[in-house]
Design a protein around this ligand. Structure first.
Ligand code: FES
Length: 330
């Protein structure tokens, strides 16, 4: 797990707004004075604040542009945001606020979905809006002259965003489109579309939770090593309820009770111990905290299987305890 690049907060201006099919808004962001932006690596995201105040609503959006485009004059970042009226309000707010000339407070870029650039073969799986980090990866893999395939799954051709980008990209011939309304033979078939497991073959999966669970499950069954299956969840259905337990913040010596409907982050905040929280559903990694004692009950999608098994870290926005108490390194 890494948390590279630049976490400084900055104001970025919307320089272009493009409505894509499938209710996806593509937005280019640049520094107000046109200065170069911090470099980012393929798979990185930025955090965008969508409401004011200390506890403002923050959302994470993958950078989908060519990483080489951040730098130099006229450098910019590009993101794609699906308008989802059933979400907690972030995407709807973004679609409303992202007008040309408008600005957002932005943190990052950060990368929790890094590309193994020396892989012998790379296969990318993007479902719906999960195509966004895959586009940046495709640009980078092309620049490195690497062997790769991008499987892009959407509901229909009409609802497929970024078609123009892909059609004109020098790596466009490496993209295989799969639409739900096509005959079965043209939809994604993991048995057919997954490559042979190999130490030098890396898989990347991003999209809705059901799509990701399906592809990742098939990849594991096919024998791909967990360390070679890279994934990034945009959102997740998280059940953060359960039996009550106690949490001790070791550095301050404060112990709090976490009730059945409570979260560790909220219980600690009431006691004056604030841990930064952004997504609140275990996907962004902002709240990861070291565990000194006790057994976490992981509810997040952020930590890897190995990190969960180790039990030395916990996402305090949603995860709980299997033991009666936890001691955290805060
Ligand atoms: S706040 Fe995003 S994982 Fe906890």
């Amino acid at each position: 797990m890494s948390d590279d690049t630049d976490s400084k907060t900055r104001i970025l201006t919307v320089i272009e707004r493009i409505e894509e099919p499938g209710d996806i808004l593509r937005v280019k962001l640049a520094a107000p004075d046109g200065a170069a932006l911090p470099a980012f690596t393929a798979g990185a995201h930025i955090d965008i604040r969508l409401s004011a105040g200390d506890t403002g609503l923050w959302r994470q959006y993958s950078l989908c542009s060519d990483p080489a485009q951040a730098q130099g004059q006229a450098g910019h970042y590009e993101i794609g945001v699906l308008r989802d009226p059933n979400s907690r309000g972030g995407s709807v707010a973004f679609h409303r606020l992202a007008a040309p000339g408008g600005s957002f407070t932005v943190e990052g870029p950060r990368n929790h979905f890094e590309l193994a650039e020396d892989a012998r073969r790379t296969v990318l799986f993007g479902g719906g809006i999960g195509i966004t980090p895959m586009l940046a990866m495709a640009w980078r893999l092309h620049a490195l002259n690497r062997d790769f395939t991008l499987h892009y799954c959407t509901r229909s051709e009409r609802a497929t965003a970024f078609r123009d980008t892909i059609a004109t990209a020098p790596w466009g011939h490496r993209v295989v489109f799969h639409h739900d309304d096509l005959p079965q033979a043209q939809r994604l078939d993991p048995a057919r579309d997954l490559p042979e497991p190999d130490a030098g073959t890396h898989l990347y999966v991003c999209g809705p939770q059901g799509f990701m669970d399906w592809v990742i499950g098939a990849a594991k069954t096919a024998g791909h090593a967990p360390a070679n299956i890279h994934r990034e969840y945009f959102s997740a259905q998280v059940d953060s309820t359960g039996e009550g337990f106690e949490v001790t913040a070791s550095r301050s010596g404060v112990t709090v009770s976490v009730g059945p409907e409570d979260t560790i982050a909220k219980a600690l905040a009431r006691a004056g111990i604030s841990i930064p929280v952004k997504c609140e559903e275990g996907v962004c990694g902002t709240c990861v905290t070291d565990v000194l004692d006790g057994t976490p009950d992981h509810r997040d999608q952020f930590l890897t299987d190995e990190e969960r098994a180790e039990g030395s870290m916990i996402c305090v926005c949603c995860s709980r305890a299997r033991s009666k108490s936890l001691v955290l390194d805060i």
